[in-house]
Ligand binder design. Structure first.
Ligand code: AKG
Ligand code: FE2
Length: 433
């Protein structure tokens, strides 16, 4: 009888290789798309004002004087920190008009922007989802106007994205910058709308998931005028539609999961496979069950769930909650706890925090590296993380204190995980793959 060959130190660890395969497959498209689109002159008329004497501005030939009048009519734009409206021109220097103070002839459906959202931004069955485009604000950035990095405040569970339309005015600077993990993308919107005499008028646009950090760099000359819209899924987005649409991320994830699960050396005894979702999701403060998340998944997160369903895997959404000690030196460190819902941890006891969360919310302590944890504390479960959560999730005020474009604490962004409970080889799922 020959002994099983010992693994040499130079040989890659097969579990690690499989985990890396899954991680690579769980990469979707960039979290935004941008460009320019031709527009008819009659579609870029603006009527604005705060009293009976509204003014008409035609963007086909707006003069510097016209734009200055618009800028002077604007209110200084604030931004939201928690539920406070903060005015701080080291963070945002711009003028804004609320929807009561302007109307435009621009129709995002007629001018082709909704088509762009479907064809260039959404993926898989969501291409067919019905989308609501809600007019939100008009912003004017004069010389040295800017907006530092922020996420757009979630306004409901079904809000998935933001649309920024840059009107055709001569200006320099004011690029939109998107950041995610270690990546950064720049959309030079001034260049997108610049035109030589006789050239067609064009609108600049950017569509992005509203939980993506974005910023507007300083305007160096001219006026940059934008219209912003909030984007919602009108109905829960179809996870499995009758029409089969090509979805490259889904195909990659399906094949990778299938290949990995077919390998009988991959977690042969069964266990938990964890994916921190790529995007964050709006949850209502104080009513934070994870029930609505499935309906409004974005990009590669939606593809992942579809692939799990197609393979009949037992997958569920969970929140990984970590203790946030007000004074980390005064409490004993605890393991993070995996919960079925998002507990409101604000008033939890600091000592024996994990016991409390487990008891009250049916949570399970997860074996993870925690500095200073005593060997007498035992975790309840181990998760093989394909993508481990970078941040914890709580509803504590500090955790949610994020810079948004609107002061509100009705909805906040939550980090959520998808956990696959894998059976042993031969009984991986409901259909024994
Ligand atoms: O004006 C822009 O380009 C973006 C504005 C923005 O991010 C916001 O209003 O939240
Ligand atoms: Fe924004």
């Amino acid at each position: 009888m020959s002994a099983a060959p010992a693994q040499s130190p130079s040989e890659p660890n097969p579990l690690k290789v499989h985990i890396e395969t899954l991680e690579k497959a769980f990469v979707g498209r960039a979290p935004f798309c941008s460009g320019s689109i031709p527009v008819a002159p009659e579609d870029i008329l603006l009527f604005y004002g705060k009293d009976k004497n509204a003014r008409r501005l035609d963007f086909t030939d707006a003069s510097e004087e016209d734009l200055r009048h618009l800028a002077d009519t604007c209110d200084p734009a604030s931004f939201g920190v928690d539920n406070e409206d903060v005015m701080d021109d080291s963070y945002r220097k711009a003028g804004k008009l609320d929807i009561a103070h302007f109307v435009t002839t621009l129709d995002p459906v007629k001018c082709g922007l909704v088509e762009v959202i479907r064809n260039q931004f959404l993926e898989g069955p969501q291409v067919k989802a019905s989308i609501r485009v809600e007019r939100y604000k008009l912003n004017v950035y004069g010389r040295e106007g800017f907006f530092k990095g922020h996420k757009d405040t979630p306004r409901s569970e079904s809000m998935f994205g933001s649309l920024v339309v840059v009107l055709p005015t001569d200006h320099v600077g004011g690029a939109l910058v998107f950041r995610e993990n270690d990546q950064e993308w720049t959309f030079d919107s001034a260049h997108a709308v610049a035109r030589q005499p006789g050239e067609t008028l064009r609108l600049g646009y950017a569509v992005f998931y509203s939980d993506v950090e974005h910023a507007v760099t300083p305007v160096q000359a001219g006026y940059r005028v934008t219209l912003t819209y909030n984007l919602y899924f009108e109905d829960p987005s179809p996870v499995q539609g009758s029409v089969v649409l090509h979805d490259a991320t889904y195909d990659k994830l399906y094949s990778a999961l299938q290949a990995v699960l077919n390998d009988s050396t991959f977690i042969p005894e069964g266990g938990l496979l964890g994916f921190a979702l790529r995007r964050e999701y709006p949850v209502r403060v104080g009513k934070a069950d994870l029930g609505t998340i499935e309906q409004f998944l974005k990009g590669s997160d939606a593809a992942l769930l579809r692939a799990c369903k197609a393979l009949s895997l037992n997958a569920s959404f969970k929140a990984l909650v970590r203790q946030h000690a007000t004074d980390p030196f005064s409490v004993t460190p605890t393991y993070p706890v995996l919960c079925n819902r998002i507990p409101d941890v604000k008033r939890f006891p600091q000592e024996d925090w994990d016991d409390y969360v487990c008891r009250k919310f049916g949570g399970k302590r997860v074996a993870m590296n925690v500095e200073g944890i005593g060997s007498w504390v035992q975790p309840d479960i181990k998760i093989h993380w394909v993508l481990s959560p970078r941040q914890s999730l709580t509803t504590s005020k500090q955790q949610y204190m994020a810079f948004g474009n609107e002061p509100t604490l009705t909805y906040v962004y939550a980090h959520v995980c998808l956990i696959i409970d894998l059976g042993p080889v031969g009984a991986r799922s409901g259909t024994n793959n």
